[in-house]
Design a protein around this ligand. Structure first.
Ligand SMILES: Nc1ncnc2c1ncn2[C@@H]1O[C@H](COP(=O)(O)OP(=O)(O)OP(=O)(O)O)[C@@H](O)[C@H]1O
Ligand SMILES: [Mg+2]
Length: 464
C-alpha cells in the first residue's frame, strides 16, 4: 500500500502561494512595461515637439525661399539614434521638402496654434508625428511642418526599464515566500502551551482546555476536542455507573444463592433441597434478567451518544410483530393481548431494534400486571404531526403520585407485586429520548390499569 506523505502546513501554504505569486510577477511585468512606456512616450513626445518648433524656427529664418536650406536638411537627417523624418507642406504649393512623405494630418493643426501629435503607419512602420501650422504672412500661404520618429527607441527604453525592475520584483517575491516559510514555524510555536497543557494532563482529566492559551484561529479545533472530552466524560461516567449498578444488582441475588446453598447443605432432606433449588432457580433467573436489562440500558444510553437515527421504521408492522411474538405468553397467563391500528404506514425515523426493545419492555410490564383474564391492547395511531404508540392493560395500574418517577433507574413503586429490577421503563425512556419521542403515563380504558404512550414525530415517506 502506498503511504500518504504527511500533511505539511508549510508545503501546503507555499504550493498555494507559488502560482498566485508567479501570476502576480507576470502581471507586475505587464504593468511596469505599460507604465514605463507611458512616461517614455511623454518625454519623447516633448522632444519631438521641440524638434518641430526648432524646424519651424529654422524655416522662418530661411524665409523667402520655399526650399529647406542644406544645413537644416543635414541636421534633420543625421539624427543617428532614431532618425527624425520631416515633411514640409505648403497649402498652396504642396510638399516643399520631405525625406519621407508623411500624410497631411487630418484635421490639420490650428494655424499658429499648439502642435498636434498623431500616430501613423507609413510603409509598415509605426510613427509618432508632431505637426505645427504656421502662416506665411508675405505670401498668405500656410506651412504645415511635420516631424516624425519611429517608436523603436521608445519601446527599447521601456524594455530596458522592465528588464531592470523584474528581477527586483522577483527577489521581493522570493523574500515573501521565505518569510512565509519562517513565519509558519514561528506561528506554530504559539501552539506549544496547548501541547504542554495536554501533555501534562492525567488520563482521567477530561475537563475543558484553557482557551485563553489557544490562538483564536485554532479555537474551533480545541472546542471540538472539548466536545469530545465531554462525550468521553459522559461515557466514562456511564461505564462507572454500569459497573456500580451491575455489582449492586448481582450482590443481592448472589448472597441469596449462597444462603440457599448453605441451607441445602445443612438440611439434606430431599424436600428442603428441592425447596432451596427452586429458590436458586428463581434468584438466578432474576439475576440473569437484571444483567440483561442493565446491558440494554447501557446500549440505549450509548446509542443516545451517536448521531440521530437515520433509517425509517414503520411502527405498525413492528407493533403487530411484537404482539404476535407474545401471544403464547399471553395465552399462558390467560390474558387477552391484541393490536389496534393500521397494518402499515406509521413511519418514524428510528432504530428498529431499539424500538422493539422498548415495546417488549412495555408488553412485559403489562403481562406482569394485567392479571388473570385481563386485557392488553397495543395500539398505533396517527396524531399528525405525531405517531402515537401505546400499551395499556386492565391491571391495577400505578398510583398517579408515582407517575413522574416511573422511568427512574431502579424505581419501583412501593408494593410492586412482581419481581423486577426496575429498569424496564428507564430503558423505554432512554429509547424514546433517542427518537425525540415523549413518554406519557395515563389510566387505561375504563379508568383501569396503566397506559404508556410514546409520541414520535411522524415521517410522511418511507425514504430515509
Ligand atoms: N403496566 C403496569 N401496571 C402496573 N404497574 C406497573 C406497570 N408497568 C410498570 N409498573 C410498575 O413500575 C415499576 C417499574 O417498571 P419497570 O419496567 O421499570 O421495572 P420492572 O418491571 O420492575 O423491572 P424490569 O422491567 O427491569 O424487569 C414496576 O416494578 C411496577 O411496579
Ligand atoms: Mg418491567
Amino acid at each position: 500500500m502506498q503511504m500518504q506523505p504527511p500533511i505539511s502546513l508549510r508545503r501546503s501554504l507555499l504550493t498555494l502561494l507559488v502560482v498566485p505569486m508567479a501570476l502576480a510577477w507576470l502581471g507586475s511585468g505587464v504593468l511596469i512595461y505599460v507604465l514605463a512606456l507611458h512616461y517614455v512616450n511623454i518625454n519623447y513626445d516633448r522632444s519631438l515637439i521641440d524638434s518641430t518648433h526648432a524646424l519651424v524656427r529654422m524655416i522662418r529664418s530661411d524665409s523667402g525661399t520655399q526650399e529647406l536650406s542644406p544645413q537644416v536638411r543635414i541636421l534633420m537627417e543625421n539624427d543617428t539614434t532614431d532618425p527624425n523624418y520631416y515633411t514640409i507642406h505648403s497649402l498652396h504649393h504642396g510638399v516643399l521638402a520631405a525625406d519621407l512623405d508623411l500624410p497631411l494630418p487630418s484635421p490639420p493643426p490650428p494655424v499658429d496654434g499648439p502642435p498636434q501629435l498623431n500616430s501613423v503607419v507609413v510603409d509598415n512602420h509605426s510613427l509618432r508625428v508632431a505637426s505645427l501650422a504656421v502662416a506665411d504672412k508675405s505670401s498668405g500661404d500656410t506651412i504645415i511642418v511635420s516631424v516624425a520618429e519611429t517608436l523603436r527607441e521608445r519601446r527599447s527604453l521601456a524594455r530596458e526599464i522592465l528588464i531592470g525592475t523584474l528581477p527586483i520584483v522577483l527577489i521581493l517575491i522570493v523574500l515573501v515566500l521565505a518569510l512565509v516559510w519562517v513565519g509558519v514555524s514561528r506561528g506554530l510555536r504559539l501552539l506549544d502551551p496547548l501541547t504542554e497543557q495536554i501533555a501534562v494532563r492525567r488520563a482521567r482529566d477530561l475537563s475543558a482546555l484553557d482557551q485563553s492559551l489557544v490562538p483564536i484561529e485554532i479555537r474551533p479545533l480545541t472546542q471540538t476536542i472539548d466536545a469530545l472530552f465531554a462525550r468521553l466524560r459522559d461515557l466514562l461516567e456511564l461505564q462507572e455507573r454500569f459497573i456500580a449498578d451491575a455489582a449492586h444488582q448481582l450482590r443481592t441475588p448472589l448472597a441469596g444463592l449462597r444462603m440457599q446453598a448453605e441451607r441445602a447443605l445443612a438440611d439434606p432432606r430431599p424436600e428442603s433441597v428441592r425447596n432451596a433449588l427452586a429458590h436458586v432457580e428463581r434468584l438466578s433467573a432474576g439475576a440473569g434478567r437484571a444483567a440483561g436489562q442493565l446491558l440494554t440500558l447501557a446500549r440505549a444510553q450509548r446509542s443516545a451518544d451517536d448521531d440521530a437515527p437515520t433509517s425509517v421504521v414503520d411502527l405498525a408492522p413492528l407493533a403487530r410483530a411484537c404482539v404476535g411474538d407474545r401471544v403464547p405468553d399471553a395465552l399462558a397467563a390467560h390474558v387477552d393481548l391484541g393490536y389496534e391500528g393500521p397494518t402499515q404506514g406509521a413511519y418514524v425515523a428510528g432504530d428498529g431494534v431499539m424500538l422493539r426493545e422498548a415495546l417488549v419492555n412495555l408488553i412485559d410490564n403489562a403481562l406482569n400486571y394485567a392479571g388473570e383474564n385481563g386485557a392488553i391492547t397495543v395500539s398505533v395511531a396517527a396524531e399528525p404531526p405525531m405517531v402515537a404508540l401505546a400499551v395499556e392493560d386492565s391491571g391495577p395500574g400505578v398510583a398517579e403520585e408515582w407517575w413522574p418517577r416511573l422511568g427512574e433507574r431502579f424505581f419501583r413503586p412501593p408494593g410492586s407485586l412482581r419481581e423486577g429490577s426496575g429498569l424496564g421503563l428507564a430503558i423505554v425512556r432512554r429509547i424514546a429520548a433517542r427518537h425525540g419521542a415523549s413518554v406519557a403515563f395515563d389510566r387505561g380504558h375504563a379508568e383501569l390499569g396503566l397506559r404508556v404512550t410514546l409520541r414520535f414525530p411522524a415521517r410522511d415517506t418511507q425514504s430515509p
